[in-house]
Design a protein around this ligand. Structure first.
Ligand code: MN
Length: 275
């Protein structure tokens, strides 16, 4: 993903929205507690780092479209920094990216088909997601973010679907536009994803060679592809911790609202948590 957004720009957006709230206070003179609580929810977005601390613009656009203010969180393994940023954000999106280190993540030797791993990003992501969930914040995991959510709470992954799952026949690494669904998923009735999308079956985009293998204790699988690959999980005792293997932001950022319900749910739960 070439298009990135700088952390500074996002912080500027947050600063501007804060200023607006203060401006309203002054103009109206008397502001009720409810009005103060109506500040827009800030949605943290886990960053990757190459030469910039960045997240793909698709995530940023999708969060904005759902009514949230995206705030890119640069990588860090400093617990105090993560604690500080979790005081600021009202929810977190764990983004897609590299493979998770199987040895450190779930105690498996790396297979030859394993892709690139970034140990520091793994450490940051695992700390961020565990601390966010412990704090009761809504968390949406997307692609790597969903896999990482599973690993963070004790689950495991297929390191490489083509070489490890002989029964998998669906193409999960599509060569098609990001806002085009190429394979079907079947969604569990009554699950978070089912409620968010309003359907039991839908065509999703697919850019992964890894997937959830053993689901983490306390989580359940809520969607499968036709070849039995896990396409969504959720935390069973929560209504706001869940992950999807596909990329809803790829649709929403391009103006296709079929998947907007996923981000709307995150933003609504973020608002509830703040009160
Ligand atoms: Mn897929």
């Amino acid at each position: 993903m070439k298009r990135v957004i700088s952390v500074i720009a996002i912080i500027a957006v947050v600063a501007i929205s804060t200023v607006n709230v203060q401006a309203q206070k002054k103009v109206k003179g008397t502001v009720t507690t409810t009005e103060v609580c109506e500040r827009m929810p800030i949605i943290g977005v886990s960053a990757s780092e190459t030469d910039a601390a960045s997240a793909p613009l698709t995530y940023v656009k999708a969060i904005k479209r759902a009514g949230g203010v995206p705030l890119v969180i640069p990588m860090t393994t400093d617990k105090a920094q993560i604690e500080a940023v979790l005081e600021v954000v009202d929810a977190v999106v764990m983004t897609g990216g590299e493979d998770v280190d199987p040895l450190k993540g779930y105690g498996e030797e790396p297979l030859r088909a394993l892709g690139e791993i970034v140990p520091e990003r793994d450490e940051f992501d695992l700390m961020l997601i565990r601390m966010a969930v412990a704090k009761g914040l809504p968390v949406l995991g997307i692609c790597r973010g969903e896999q990482l959510m599973n690993v963070a709470f004790g689950g495991s992954l297929y390191q490489d679907i083509p070489s490890q799952v002989p029964t998998s026949y669906v193409k999960h690494s599509q060569k098609a536009p990001r806002n085009y669904g190429t394979h079907t998923i079947d969604i569990e009735e009554g699950s978070l994803l089912n409620k968010q999308l309003g359907v039991k079956s839908i065509a999703v985009n697919s850019y992964h060679h890894q997937a959830v293998k053993d689901v983490a204790p306390g989580f359940k699988i809520t969607a499968y592809s036709k070849d039995g690959i896990v396409e969504a999980i959720e935390k069973v005792d929560s209504d706001c911790v869940w992950g999807v293997q596909f990329h809803p932001e790829g649709f929403v950022s391009m103006g296709d609202d079929s998947f907007l319900g996923i981000f709307k749910h995150l933003v609504e739960k973020a608002k509830e948590k703040r009160k």
